[in-house]
Unconditional design. Structure first.
Length: 215
């Protein structure tokens, strides 16, 4: 199964992709996670990407597409993958189409994860991450850690992502509307688009996504 998860920042792409990835036994490719890992390691890509990410803008297409092409060349993606956060522009969607054509593979579905704006803002402002194991919590939803500020799994102090502040969130949402939302119409034309309402319990939403992509 080869899937794209579209959706605004904070819609829940990473959360649902992690669960579906386990259920289907295929990896998630999150361009945001790969970029953050590069920033943390201080690689040349990370140094270049950081200034765009901190402002809530998009990293240039050429850099992200090259990074994605490298990841798609690895052996674990052969049985399938979930793309979380790529493509995010029309140019990225066209590059992906070319890449997949060269590899002789097709997408099965593009899932538009649909959440009202007020819910998105609540999810983004409440998100807390574990810098040790990467676990994701939320102080504004039912995903609070058992002990405030501490990871349930590894006991490390939780952090807030540097781009989860009010000004950057506002910019990320605007960039999404201008550059990424047009991909909904793009994939609608291909017949691959499946829109899934993503409010409620995580397990129910993941089941809804499974049903939508099987259709
Ligand atoms: P990226 O990391 O992809 O960020 P994003 O798209 O803004 O998405 P998020 O990770 O913020 O949200 P999500 O939809 O995964 O939500 P989550 O599951 O965490 O990208 C970061 C940056 O990297 C970009 O701004 C850009 O600069 C750059 N970048 C990345 N890809 C790029 C590309 N292709 N081109 C150019 N630049 C690129 O959920 C949010 C919170 O809500 C969590 O706390 C979660 O636990 C909670 N939650 C979710 N669902 C529920 C639920 N049903 N009930 C209760 N809580 C819930």
């Amino acid at each position: 199964m080869r899937l794209i998860f579209l959706g605004a920042p904070g819609a829940g792409k990473g959360t649902y992709a992690a669960q579906l990835s386990q259920q289907l036994g295929i990896p998630t490719i999150s361009t945001g996670d790969i970029l953050r890992a590069n920033v943390k390691q201080g690689t040349p890509l990370g140094l270049e990407a950081k200034s765009y990410m901190d402002k809530g803008g998009l990293v240039p297409d050429e850099l992200v597409t090259r990074m994605l092409a490298g990841r798609l060349g690895e052996t674990d993606v052969k049985p399938g993958f979930i793309l979380d956060g790529f493509p995010r522009t029309l140019a990225q969607a066209q590059s992906l189409e070319t890449l997949l054509k060269e590899k002789g593979i097709n997408l099965n579905a593009v899932v538009d994860i649909d959440v009202p704006r007020d819910v998105i803002i609540r999810r983004l402002t409440g998100r807390r991450m574990c810098p040790g194991c990467g676990a994701n919590y939320n102080v504004n939803t039912n995903l609070k850690p058992k002990q405030e500020g501490i990871c349930d799994k590894c006991g490390k102090a939780l952090i807030t992502r540097t781009d989860d502040n009010e000004a950057t969130i506002k910019n990320r949402l605007q960039v999404y509307e201008e550059q990424t939302a047009p991909l909904i119409a793009y994939y609608q034309k291909t017949g691959l688009l499946r829109t899934v309402a993503a409010e409620g319990e995580i397990a129910d939403i993941v089941a809804r996504i499974r049903k939508a992509v099987a259709a």
